[in-house]
Design a protein around this ligand. Sequence first.
Ligand code: FMN
Length: 391
Amino acid sequence: MANFRYRLFGGHAPIKVDDYTEAARRKVPAMAWPYLSGGADDLVTMADNRDAFRRWRLKVRSLTGVARPDLSTTIAGTKVSLPIGLAPTGMVGLAHWTGDIAAAKAAEAAGTRHVLSTASSYTMEEVAEATEQNHWFQLYPFADKPKVAELMTRAEQAGYTALFVTVDVGVIGNREGERRSGMTIPPTFTARRLLEAGTHPAWWWNLLKHRRAAPIHYITGPRTIASAVEGARDQARRMQGDLNWDDVAWMRDHWKGPFYIKGILDPDDAERAVSGIGAQGVVVSNHGGRQLDSCLGALDALPPIVERIGGRGEVYLDGGVRRGTDVLIALALGAKGVFVGRPYVHGLAADGQAGVTGVLDIFRAELVRDMVLMGLPSIEALDRSWVLPAG
Ligand SMILES: Cc1cc2nc3c(=O)[nH]c(=O)nc-3n(C[C@H](O)[C@H](O)[C@H](O)COP(=O)(O)O)c2cc1C
């Protein structure tokens, strides 16, 4: 086992979250990698998501006697032992056949929660059945109201406590990497791709054996290759740019628990979410740079949104969080918690559930060390005074 791990991580145990990304890249076929890691157009926003953290510095207070900082907080109405949740990610059966179930199990073992995507590889009932805790559900707001109502009712009945409605996918972003690698609908196979596929036999074996790559909530009937392709097509067809605030208000009225809008970058929209339709809050997010390129990096968009709705609505952030210090910067700037996408998807691809656990363990260890070094006693004690502009 130790040997396998050392080989997977290039001769050492995983040291930082990005080590899982390197290992994941080696584990999955080149065809699937752009979907699991890439972004839109020229990846400007994807890069900005990470660069934005470099524009801030953390404050250090000396001799505060902090040895065991308290990492616990509340996200989406749930007490968590870590200020990090797992963002919704579709079709993660492409990372590892154990997919959403492994991710949700690793989240709850770490004392946090997972947001199950509408485009998940396992149904919401399967994930609920396989886990101990109640998790959260992400909804794509289709114009087809009966379908949306059915998904919300199922999620409520299966015990999902909070709903995250993603509003930044009026149409699927221009992910050129996926087209170049043949990850089209249906996938495009060439002799070269088939040859490369032969170098990842375990991945292909699991894909064909378990058939967990397709977005299962869009599939009716048995999980065949044809139904997987039709499910992916149906998903793309249902993304609709003509939805508006009234549609989301209708969803708000039909969901009893905490309700969040994911994919907000503008303070006016954050205001409308909270005071217009009564959402509990927003997730400041550009979908990890996978939708509109050259829009604001998530952390750059955060401060004006906090300024506008802070105190009245909960503000979360995702995009580019790879370090404990990133989490602390986002929280000091007013986020109540953060979500990570690629880090855990890559943990999953590299090593299944153990990989997701490994990623969360690294985040926790970094947070504890960073907070001791800052003299910060608890996550709840963080405020704007703990962060300064760089330079
Ligand atoms: C492979 C993949 C699939 C995703 N699928 C969804 C999805 O189905 N629904 C959604 O709201 N966001 C989806 N996202 C976006 C994430 O929820 C999140 O906004 C993003 O990954 C955050 O950026 P990060 O990857 O830098 O942490 C996906 C992201 C990735 C990487």
